[in-house]
Design a protein around this ligand. Structure first.
Ligand code: NAD
Length: 351
């Protein structure tokens, strides 16, 4: 099996590449532009493996995409490359439109041209998986869950750009017959997560005895999924999902942000005792504009149709994640140092 993974040097992409290279033994071409969020160190586990190849290229570059596809001859394309941080989309949306919308369009066109040139069994077996987020559905009230049929209602420039790319992916399936499957997943967490996102930011700030910024009163609810569970879901969706269909992915792990931060503090206090409880470092900061109140996924279709189940609970996943950051300073220290003075996630957005 020959698979192109775009965005494979990112957080979820690198988990997927590790899974496909090490556990499945597939032949993988990772395509990544190595933006601030991409990091070759996240692919250290597959370094030197004969079945892993890396191409530094931008998905907006049609000529580079066509050349890569023509040379590698993939059976599948799994598209994860994106600008992914909501706060950055609020202060500068241009890259989000260029990569998430124009880049996805470029890749779909590349895939269409390549697929048109395939014949017989190879053409029938080809799949394109477009990986997206539950944020395209907007915000939920206290009740209810996002289903695959929920209307799109994105709030941020990030989610609007992902919604646009989802529509393009579905249109390429309906109009041209390109065998596209779409997945929409809830918030991921786990190893190799860039330290501007809530969970790694909290772990690293708490370790350093720094403030733990929490938006508003920390009441916003997210549905958390351990990244390796997502990687397995994506593998299953492209393997057995039906073209033209959407699959929601979520761990049935709803937590308010403040509970997540408290849980991390408790785990750290246990593993690395400090003079005072780390919860005392929590600082409530001005809320993000357009901050969605609650996201929660109904993953019934993925569970019943494809037999997927999350392996980690939130408690086991968070403990694994905290332990990983404690054991892997080599990975996060350079990123942390490089971006420390910069506007970094919640801390700086609040200033
Ligand atoms: P990430 O920001 O960690 O990684 C994105 C990767 O894409 C980086 O390696 C970056 O270098 C690369 N990239 C960015 N622009 C590119 C371009 N123009 N050309 C080539 N490569 C480019 O993001 P992530 O959290 O791993 O998310 C991966 C995908 O999953 C995204 O499409 C995102 O929308 C989706 N998603 C993320 C979450 C989450 O909780 N993180 C949840 C659901 C869906």
């Amino acid at each position: 099996m020959r698979v192109i993974v775009t965005g494979g040097a990112g957080f979820i992409g690198s988990a997927l590449v590790r899974h496909l290279v090490l556990e499945k033994g597939y032949e993988i071409l990772t395509i990544d532009a190595l933006t601030y969020a991409g990091n070759e160190a996240s692919l250290k586990a597959v370094e030197g493996k004969a079945n892993h190849h890396f191409l530094r290229a931008n998905i907006r570059d049609g000529a580079a995409m066509r050349a890569a596809v023509a040379e590698f001859r993939p059976d599948r394309i799994m598209h994860l490359a994106a600008e992914s941080h909501v706060d950055r989309s609020i202060t500068g949306a241009a890259d989000f439109i260029q990569t998430n919308v124009v880049g996805t369009f470029t890749l779909l066109e590349t895939a269409r041209e390549y697929w048109n040139g395939l014949e017989g069994a190879a053409k029938a077996a080809f799949r394109f998986l477009h990986v997206s987020t539950d944020e395209v559905y907007g915000s939920l009230g206290e009740e209810g869950l996002f289903e695959e049929t929920t209307s799109y209602d994105p709030s941020s420039p990030y989610s609007a750009s992902k919604a646009a790319s989802d529509h393009l992916a579905k249109a390429w399936q309906r109009t041209y017959g390109l065998p596209v499957v779409v997945s929409n997943c809830s918030n991921n967490y786990g190893p190799y997560h860039f330290p501007e996102k809530l969970i790694p930011l909290t772990i690293l700030n708490a370790l350093a005895g720094r403030e733990l910024p929490v938006y508003g009163k920390g009441e916003n609810v997210r549905d958390w999924l351990y990244v390796d569970d997502h990687a397995r879901a994506l593998d299953l969706i492209i393997e057995r999902g039906r073209p033209g269909e959407t699959y929601n992915v979520g761990g049935r792990n709803e937590h308010r942000n403040i509970e997540v931060v408290r849980r991390i503090c408790a785990v750290l206090d246990e593993l690395v005792p400090a003079n005072r409880p780390r919860e005392e470092l929590i600082a409530f900061v001005t809320d993000r504009p357009g901050h969605d109140a609650r996201y929660a996924i109904d993953a019934t279709k993925l569970e019943t149709e494809l037999g997927w189940r999350a392996r980690e609970t939130f408690d086991t996943g968070i403990e694994k994640t905290v332990r990983w950051y404690l054991d892997n300073e080599w990975w996060w220290r350079p990123l942390r140092d490089r971006y420390d003075g910069e506007r970094l996630g919640l801390t700086q957005a609040a200033k």
